[in-house]
Design a protein around this ligand. Structure first.
Ligand code: FE
Ligand code: CA
Length: 511
């Protein structure tokens, strides 16, 4: 539980008292927008963070707490307020606010806002999950990941905010830990001048907090958070590129040093995302895998493929002839998470089961004479992959959604990828990045090669954007939405490819 400074709690008699607290005036603290997430049938988590000077340490706030009022209404103008209350934004949590609203009605839109020290936040819209016993006709979601700030503009988020989704899945690489030049990297239309601290790789808690603040200052990202509830998981860059459990990408880093960094990163992650209180980390450990239910139509299993994995096989990167990757002692999920998933998935009675996770599950041969595989992906952890796909083979309607790789792929998943004549047991939708990698191209020689060597791939595309997906009772439809550009502002969006898959007979076909 949050421990509040006692003397401040005593002053929280009601809204009228707030203006009389003896604290210095501050500028508008709502520079980072608002967010909601982890929707349940009767509740949702609301988030904001106070930061009047978002690019300064501690958001420019002194180390004292501030009361924050919150409201949830049935209408955008807040004439019908359903729930309200007051909480505290305290420095120990980076002045973040996490409100676990309960007592809402299932499958409804709600509006929310915050108020502190005379300032009112932007209004967010959110939506509760359908009742557990409901039989929804459709579930609409977005597949998003990888938004390197320095790699381009967030116009994709603005386009996404104008669509209709029940949930936005964000599958990792929310921040990148590397240096950002004072001009904001490759964002070419601004005369931005970032403080020098952004040229430091993130490792301390303050640097991670400031990195989240920089990202959240973007109005297009704020619009996407304010439009829908998000369900997030992380990948590597929220801590460090290609780390595995307690192993840094630099093998010379002592484990204890790396775990201190991981603790800082996980703490900043929890503070800056719409996640419930019980998920907050204890030191370097944070439980992020969890399940969401959308009536009887879809269950979503949100996975963490970083925190518990065996170190990458054969020295990581692209390798050929690596037998270690098939070692039954290796795990991507860790025994606890894997057993949880196999148990829940095996007993699921939902029409569809979504595995929301970071990295590409389909085998992906890179082609060329050596025909290498990527040891950071499921290809480096084949025993866990096989067990999941064997379970999926008994469960029609398994959809794996992935990020990480900055390309769009659509794949039929087989228990044995070397036997293309066998039936697909599930489908995978790999969403490209929002910005990471810059403008990108429809195809490249490497993507051509991958298509040639992986007959289960129905699409390989290298543009930016997101995937729009709708699950009906019997049919899934996915639209790959791609951006004309991200290095300059004003990129337009279009649908590059669409696929459908029948629940009873998995396999991606063009509609
Ligand atoms: Fe990425
Ligand atoms: Ca990644």
């Amino acid at each position: 539980m949050l421990r509040l400074p006692r003397r401040r709690l005593l002053t929280l008699g009601g809204a009228a008292l707030i203006g009389t607290l003896p604290a210095p005036r501050i500028g508008n603290p709502f520079t980072l927008g608002v967010a909601s997430g982890d929707p349940l049938p009767e509740g949702v988590l609301l988030w904001t963070r106070l930061a009047p000077k978002p690019l300064e340490p501690a958001g420019g706030l002194p180390p004292v707490g501030y009361p924050v009022e919150w409201q949830v209404a049935a209408d955008e103008r807040f004439t019908d307020v359903i729930r309200q209350g007051t909480t505290n934004a305290i420095p120990a949590y980076g002045h973040s606010v996490h409100v676990d609203v309960q007592g809402l009605r299932p499958g409804r839109d709600y509006f929310y806002r915050f108020r502190s020290r005379g300032h009112v936040s932007p209004v967010g819209r959110t939506r509760t999950a359908p009742a557990k016993t409901a039989s929804p006709k459709a579930f609409r979601f977005a597949i998003t990941s990888c938004q390197a700030y320095a790699d381009g503009y967030y116009d994709a988020w603005r386009h996404l905010a104008a669509e209709e989704f029940d949930v936005v899945f964000f599958l990792g690489d929310y921040i990148y830990e590397g240096a950002i030049t004072s001009a904001g990297g490759n964002r070419m239309d601004d005369t931005l001048r970032l403080p020098d601290t952004f040229q430091l790789e993130t490792d301390t808690l303050d640097l991670y907090r400031m990195r989240y603040a920089l990202y959240r200052t973007d109005p297009d990202l704020q619009a996407a958070h304010a439009a829908f509830p998000w369900v997030l998981t992380w990948d590597d860059h929220e801590v460090q590129d290609n780390y595995a459990d307690d192993v840094s990408r630099f093998t010379t880093t002592p484990k204890n040093d790396f775990l201190v960094r991981r603790a800082n990163a996980y703490r900043a992650y929890w503070e800056n995302q719409p996640l419930r209180w019980p998920r907050q980390p204890a030191g370097p450990d944070m439980s992020l895998y969890r399940r969401f239910r959308f009536g009887d139509l879809a269950h979503a299993y949100v996975l963490d493929t970083r925190q518990y994995r065996t170190d990458q096989a054969c020295g990581d990167n692209l390798r050929a002839g690596c037998d270690d990757r098939n070692d039954p002692g290796r795990t991507l999920l860790g025994a606890g998470q894997r057993d949880w998933l196999l148990d829940k998935l095996g007993r699921s009675e939902a029409r569809w089961n979504i595995l929301a996770q970071q990295i590409m599950m389909a085998e992906c041969r890179y082609g060329g004479p050596a025909n290498r595989l990527d040891m950071d992906k499921w290809d480096g952890y084949t025993v866990d992959r096989r067990r999941i796909l064997q379970t999926a083979a008994r469960k029609p309607g398994t959809v794996v959604i992935s990020g990480d790789i900055h390309n769009n792929y659509a794949a039929d998943l087989r228990v044995d990828f070397a036997r293309p004549e066998t039936p697909a047991v599930a489908v995978e939708l790999v969403g490209t990045s929002i910005t990471s990698g810059g403008d990108g191209k429809d195809t490249t020689p490497q993507l051509d090669m991958q298509r040639r060597w992986n007959p289960h791939l129905r699409l390989a595309n290298g543009q930016r954007g997101y995937v729009r997906c709708e699950l009906g009772r019997d049919t899934m439809r996915a639209d790959y939405r791609v951006m004309s550009q991200v290095l300059r502002r004003g990129g337009t969006i279009s649908t590059r490819a669409s696929f459908v898959s029948e629940r009873a007979r998995p396999g991606l076909v063009t509609p």
